[in-house]
Design a protein around this ligand. Structure first.
Ligand code: SAH
Length: 266
């Protein structure tokens, strides 16, 4: 008899930003898999069991959850933010793709959540107001050379970039190198936002320019947003500034070839 597997996004950390759908799914499940800090956010009742695992064990976690669900249990996998953004939903699909037939019979539900870049963007204005992309700076699951190529291509394309997994103890230099690459491509005044722990009590939003940005401004709970030559800041007396990317592109097409729109400081 096949059971159910819900892959639930809990949002950035603020209870108000957990969707009612995610809350219902948490109330329904009997077994919870996930990274311990995410499981710690749940308020469970007696009879609901947690199966914590390390952050690097995504595929094993997916398989264990699928096994239990295929055996008829009501299972949940918990992700921070959205489960489809650098998180467990893809790991579960990958496990099903290569797994036994009965995993395909599991009643699977992906429950979306507010992803980090949206939460950070909302706190500071509207930096993602025009075309943007999201890049994980972690080279645990892809070669660093690919990341460098993507950074260059995205800068050339004039996209706002949201960096996930910008830095960690085991990946100390990658963010600094990413800034170096972008300094070659972007105007020095390009705005960089460091959105740390959005929605949590220890939230901290800071900003800089690509010229002055320091990797030490980020940690593993930070989503870094790199603006374009269009992204700008509105100073407000007694209030935090607003950073936004306008809805319409005012640069030239040739500006995109160098990543610098006309008017950008060269
Ligand atoms: N599925 C998650 C992302 C997992 S990758 C989501 O959709 O948000 C983990 C990375 O997400 C962290 O290294 C950090 O870059 C970012 N992140 C997660 N929660 C965050 C938060 N509350 N504030 C800022 N960045 C966060």
């Amino acid at each position: 008899m096949s059971g159910r597997l819900a892959i639930i996004g809990l949002g950035p950390g603020n209870v108000d930003q957990i969707t009612p759908e995610a809350q219902d799914e948490v109330a329904r499940a009997a077994h919870f898999f996930g990274y311990k800090p995410y499981l710690d956010r749940l308020e469970l009742r007696p009879g609901q069991t947690i199966h914590p695992s390390d952050n690097r064990e995504e595929l094993d976690r997916a398989k264990a959850a699928l096994d239990l669900a295929a055996g008829g249990q009501d299972v949940a996998i918990i992700s921070g933010g959205d489960p489809g953004v650098f998180a467990m939903a893809a790991a579960v699909c990958e496990a099903i793709d290569d797994g036994p037939q009965d995993w395909r019979d599991v009643d699977l539900k992906v429950v979306p959540g507010i992803t980090a870049m949206l939460s950070v963007a909302a706190r500071i204005g509207a930096p993602l107001g025009h075309d943007f992309c999201a890049i994980s700076l972690s080279d645990n699951l892809k070669p660093w050379e690919i990341i460098e190529k993507r950074l260059e291509a995205c800068a050339d394309a004039g996209l706002v970039m949201a960096f996930y997994n910008p830095i960690s103890k085991s990946r100390p230099w990658q963010l600094g190198r990413a800034f170096e690459i972008l300094r070659e491509k972007l105007s020095p005044e390009t705005i960089v936002i460091f959105g740390r722990a959005a929605g949590r009590p220890d939230e901290k939003m800071t900003y800089s320019t690509i010229r002055d940005a320091e990797p030490t401004q980020a940690d593993m709970a930070t989503c870094v947003i790199i603006g374009t030559s269009e992204t700008r800041m509105i100073e407000r007396e007694g209030r935090d500034p607003l950073i936004y990317t306008p809805r319409s592109y005012s640069g030239s097409i040739s500006g995109l070839v160098t990543g610098l729109a006309p008017g950008a400081v060269k």
